[in-house]
Structures are given as structure tokens and as C-alpha cells.
Design a protein around this ligand. Structure first.
Ligand SMILES: Cc1cc2nc3c(=O)[nH]c(=O)nc-3n(C[C@H](O)[C@H](O)[C@H](O)COP(=O)(O)O)c2cc1C
Length: 178
């Protein structure tokens, strides 16, 4: 049975939910999935030999990613490269089909430019707009991004743009990576 580790960083919980759905899909397809927060993995260390496949996921925040994601993948680059691996990002710009592809999502391109680790497989997911649950300064920032990209700006908006069938398909895909 293939074991898959899904590492993730989540600021407000949505990427954690995506990671959970990926893990559930791996399990449903006959694999064995584990999930771990990147921050915890960096602090506690990992038994890398326990995993056949490793995926790393992160939300796009202010046009980039939490520094700790770059630090983690840079520090563990050789271990990541020693097995099939994948990176997924979660962003609200990916709600439009053109920006939901690896080539069309500039944040994915940015990751590839800035990351010392070059993942073998990539996936873009649309995330969630959750104005009521975001601190006001974060809400203001996303409203600005949304205004520029013609998305919702009403502060009461909660929209989950994630295609959960795609998330499940990605979980199954992880089991096929070689
Ligand atoms: C502080 C903040 C900054 C964000 N910046 C961007 C951004 O620059 N581009 C984008 O497409 N989405 C941006 N988003 C949207 C998030 O990527 C999206 O809501 C994602 O689902 C958040 O995942 P999380 O709950 O795991 O943190 C931002 C969200 C927050 C809260």
C-alpha cells in the first residue's frame, strides 16, 4: 500500500480542509494518507522513510506564500526529491478557468521561480473568500484584489470556489506519481 504524506500550511483553515479532502481521497483509493502542518513538520521533524509520495500545499497570501513554506522545502529539498512529489497552491484568483492552470496561474509560476525545490508535479486549486471570518485588514486587502479581478467585494460574502471533485482527483493522482 502506498503511503502519502500531505504537508500543508493554512492561514485560515481552508488549505487544511483541502489537505484533509486529499487525504480522504488517497485512503478511499486504497492508499494510506497522513497530513501534517508544515510548521509542525519543521519543528518536530519527519520520518521521511515512512512515505512513498509527498505533497506540499500552501495558500497564496499577499501575492506570495508564507516564508515558512519556502524555508521548509528548501531545507528538505533532497528528501522531497528522493520520492514522487507534488506542490499545490490555493488562491482566489484561480476561480477563473484561465488562472486555474499551472501555466496561467502566476502565483504557481512565482513559486517555481522562488522555490529552491522544483516539484515534479503541480496543481492549482481555487480557494475560499470568507470576508466575515477574516480580520478587517485582511478583508480590506482581499477586497482590493477582488476589485481588481472583478470578484465579490461585499464584506458579507462567503464563497467556496474549490472544486472538491478536482481535489479528490488530485488525491488519486498522487497515488499514480512515479
Ligand atoms: C491575508 C490574505 C491574503 C491573500 N492574498 C491573496 C492573493 O494575493 N491572491 C489570491 O488569489 N488570493 C489571496 N488570498 C486568498 C486565499 O489564498 C484563499 O482565501 C485561501 O483559500 C486561503 O487559504 P487558508 O484558509 O488555508 O489560509 C488571500 C487571503 C488572505 C486571508
Amino acid at each position: 500500500m502506498k503511503s502519502v504524506l500531505v504537508l500543508y500550511l493554512s492561514r485560515n483553515g481552508h488549505t487544511a480542509r483541502v489537505a484533509r479532502a486529499i487525504a480522504a481521497s488517497v485512503d478511499a483509493a486504497g492508499g494510506k494518507a497522513e497530513r501534517m502542518d508544515v510548521v509542525e513538520a519543521a519543528r518536530e521533524g519527519l520520518d521521511w522513510n515512512a512515505y512513498d509520495v509527498v505533497a506540499v500545499g500552501a495558500p497564496v497570501l499577499y501575492g506570495s506564500y508564507d516564508r515558512r513554506v519556502f524555508d521548509f522545502v528548501a531545507a528538505n529539498r533532497t528528501l522531497l526529491d528522493a520520492r514522487p512529489n507534488s506542490f499545490f497552491n490555493v488562491s482566489v484568483v484561480a476561480r477563473t478557468p484561465a488562472k486555474a492552470t499551472v501555466e496561467g496561474n502566476r502565483y504557481m509560476q512565482k513559486f517555481l521561480q522562488l522555490s529552491a525545490w522544483k516539484p515534479k508535479d503541480l496543481k492549482v486549486f481555487a480557494g475560499k473568500v470568507d470576508y466575515p471570518n477574516w480580520p478587517w485588514h485582511e478583508r480590506k486587502m482581499i477586497q482590493l484584489i477582488m476589485k481588481m479581478t472583478h470578484g465579490p467585494t461585499d464584506p458579507s460574502t462567503v464563497v467556496d470556489y474549490t472544486d472538491w471533485n478536482e481535489v479528490a482527483a488530485y488525491g488519486r493522482r498522487l497515488l499514480t506519481l512515479s
